[in-house]
Design a protein around this ligand. Structure first.
Ligand SMILES: NC(=O)c1ccc[n+]([C@@H]2O[C@H](COP(=O)([O-])OP(=O)(O)OC[C@H]3O[C@@H](n4cnc5c(N)ncnc54)[C@H](OP(=O)(O)O)[C@@H]3O)[C@@H](O)[C@H]2O)c1
Length: 238
């Protein structure tokens, strides 16, 4: 019997999350639980059922809302039955205000919203699904980060609030890896990609970035844990 895998991906309504689901559905080995903020508006995601070899379940999770995250665990347990979760990918995020936001020019409500969505949300998601990851065979937890998280890469004063949130997400990843050495926990920068967030000028197409990110995820071993990868597999400076 061939191996089968279970996946949960947040922010699957569009962009990189949607492309992850699309690519994973090309294999009959995969059962994908695609979480999005508003399933009623996720027509493209729901249409991926057609021609899919894998199995798709669409559920609701707003990563800025703890109640929504916690409530989803009952639904996910029902979907999985006796199975655990092999792969959990925290992908949902927001970037508000673009590059113009600096450490001296930011909106306080936007700063709070960004930390809720990009850092606290992924922390609650991982905590909520921990028992299901423990039951899974692979035990892989991935946080989708950004090159802008890196202090070492020195991107200057741009996109300060978003960058701060992703640096915090990287530290969350490190702490999760240390707290759960039996898991494989790491963060990945998907590169600069043409999505609503990345914009038209981005050099990478979603399918190029996602195919490489998914290869890192599928090939991950205990050696990957606690690291910060770029989509091409290079280990990035914190
Ligand atoms: N694109 C790039 O160049 C780039 C570069 C570096 C890192 N990244 C990272 O890659 C990941 C995906 O980015 P993307 O380019 O695909 O962005 P995107 O096109 O803006 O899509 C963002 C996704 O996150 C979801 N989302 C936002 N807030 C949410 C919430 N509170 N609850 C649930 N879902 C929420 C959105 O759902 P709705 O449809 O409901 O809004 C959407 O599905 C993010 O973590 C981002 O930071 C992207």
């Amino acid at each position: 019997m061939s191996e089968s895998y279970t996946w949960l991906i947040t922010g699957a309504s569009r962009g990189l999350g949607l492309e992850m689901v699309r690519q994973l559905l090309q294999s009959s080995s995969n059962t994908i639980i695609a979480a999005c903020r508003t399933p009623d508006n996720a027509a493209v995601l729901k249409s991926l059922h057609t021609d899919a070899k894998g199995t798709l379940h669409v559920i609701q999770i707003d990563t800025a809302d703890e109640a929504s995250i916690r409530a989803s665990s009952t639904i996910v347990k029902t979907i999985l039955g006796e199975r655990g979760l092999d792969y959990l990918i925290s992908n949902a995020a927001i970037l508000e205000g673009g590059n113009d936001v600096t450490a001296f020019s930011f909106s306080v409500p936007s700063f709070r919203r960004t930390l809720e969505t990009n850092v606290i949300g992924p922390a609650i998601v991982a905590d909520t699904f921990l028992p299901l990851l423990e039951k899974g065979n692979r035990k892989v937890l991935v946080n989708i980060s950004s090159g802008l998280a890196s202090i070492g890469l020195d991107f200057g004063d741009i996109a300060a609030v978003y960058s701060i949130s992703k640096t915090a997400l990287n530290m969350l990843t490190y702490k999760q890896a240390k707290a759960k050495p039996e898991f494989i926990v790491f963060c990945v920068d998907p590169g600069w990609v043409k999505t609503d967030m990345g914009g038209e000028k981005a050099p990478l197409e979603p399918h190029e970035s996602v195919s490489k990110v998914l290869k890192i995820v599928a090939d991950a071993t205990s050696q990957s844990s606690g690291k910060f990868f770029r989509y091409d597999g290079e280990v990035l400076a914190w």
